[in-house]
Design a binder for this molecule. Structure first.
Ligand code: NAI
Ligand code: MG
Length: 357
């Protein structure tokens, strides 16, 4: 029997609610499959931990996570702690040392979900956005001088390395090659940012030589937002920088119907450290504790986790169960215009899994 060690980290706000639901669904997947088991260990790191210990996680936090096969993460962020402390103190402090350099965000319109785009209901919108997740605009390089004085200067330096750009573009080409349309769009802003973004374009052209069967094109990020809205069917796999893809993927999540559905995976493609799976959304203080958080994004990312672990049949079965549930408007949470609770949706997905073949 195959067995996987999973670190479950709910974090803040609705994070613990959706991760608990995700763990329940994952365990049902394992029972239904019969070929593997999951050994889940809970971690209480996050803003409560910060209030007690002054740090978001222990200094050796990332090292503790190395022994796991995968991490299921909820969200981080609290109203009384600055966002740059919570984000850098937990999520980025895990992604960076574990070298989870590929952030992968699939977007589809699931059955029963209405896109805000008129005339778009299903196959016209089926994308995967690949976000550079280790450097670029979020490298953390910079500083502030003359703090608080009228002559204050603040800098965030974007760092792009040839090795970093090459590996993310190669990952994106490989992913595009594995998808039926074999279509990749490389997003930059090389007209205005004339150093690093020009290097992106050059590296894309070089790496493209290794993938003669992949059709690829280039877009400037501003024009890309229009293309996503006006011609969604012309896109398939998309690769962009840390900042650009961060923004584009929120747009993608909205076009697919709700932030409560969109999943993401922080992948270490070489598998020398565990990858981390999470919903795109944040801690959603406005609905915390009400039991109405949409758990679908977490279920979808749990399916990505199963696929990454090599349990493709279980991953596919989970997505079919999720789609059966989203297709029923009576099982929509309030973000989708319905009245269902997190618990009702979770129980329905578990039930669909038990009945699935
Ligand atoms: P948010 O994603 O937490 O919420 C935005 C809106 O979407 C809210 O109205 C919320 O109720 C709704 N929403 C989000 N997820 C939902 C779900 N599963 N079901 C139903 N409705 C859902 O983003 P916001 O408000 O900008 O940020 C709140 C906090 O979360 C901040 O501290 C922020 O820094 C943090 N954050 C953390 C992220 C992470 O951990 N990866 C990502 C985004 C934000
Ligand atoms: Mg974001």
């Amino acid at each position: 029997m195959r067995s996987y060690k999973i670190a479950a980290m709910g974090g803040d706000g609705i994070g613990p609610e959706v991760v608990e639901a995700g763990v329940q669904v994952l365990k049902t997947c394992a029972e239904r499959d019969g070929g593997f088991t999951l050994d889940v260990q809970d971690f209480d790191w996050g803003s409560d931990y910060y209030r007690t210990h002054g740090v978001m996680m222990p200094a050796d936090g990332a090292e503790q996570l190395r022994q796991f096969d995968a991490i299921l993460f909820g969200a981080v962020g609290a109203p009384d702690i600055p966002d740059h402390i919570t984000l850098w103190g937990l999520r980025l402090s895990i992604c960076q040392p574990l070298d989870q350099y590929a952030n992968v965000r699939p977007t589809r319109i699931l059955p029963g979900i209405t896109s805000p785009l008129r005339h778009v209901s299903g196959p016209e919108l089926d994308w995967v956005i690949v976000r550079e997740n280790s450097e670029g605009e979020y490298s953390g390089v910079g500083g502030r001088v003359h703090k608080g004085l009228p002559i204050e200067v603040a800098q965030d330096v974007s760092v792009m390395t040839r090795a970093g750009v090459q590996r993310i573009i190669r990952y994106a080409f490989r992913l595009a090659q594995s998808r039926p349309r074999k279509l990749l769009t490389v997003v930059t802003k090389s007209n205005a940012q004339r150093h690093a973004m020009v290097m992106w374009d050059e590296i894309a052209a070089e790496v493209a030589q290794e993938f003669p069967d992949v059709t690829w094109d280039k877009m400037l990020v501003d024009a890309m937002t229009m293309r996503m809205v006006m011609k969604p069917q012309t896109l398939d796999t998309i690769v962009a920088t840390n900042l650009h893809a961060d923004i584009l993927s929120d747009l993608a999540a909205a076009l697919a119907g709700s932030l409560g559905i969109a999943p993401t995976a922080n992948i270490n493609p070489e598998r020398d450290a565990p990858s981390m799976f999470e919903p795109i959304h944040g801690s959603a203080f406005d609905i915390t504790g009400k039991g109405i958080a949409n758990p679908v994004a977490t279920f979808w990312t749990a399916a990505m986790m199963l696929e990454h672990l090599g349990e493709k049949p279980a991953a596919d079965r989970l997505m079919r169960a999720v789609e059966r549930v989203t297709a029923d408007p009576a099982l929509h949470t309030p973000d989708l215009g319905g009245k269902a609770t997190t618990r009702q949706v979770t129980d329905a997905v578990c039930e669909a899994l038990r009945r699935a073949n």
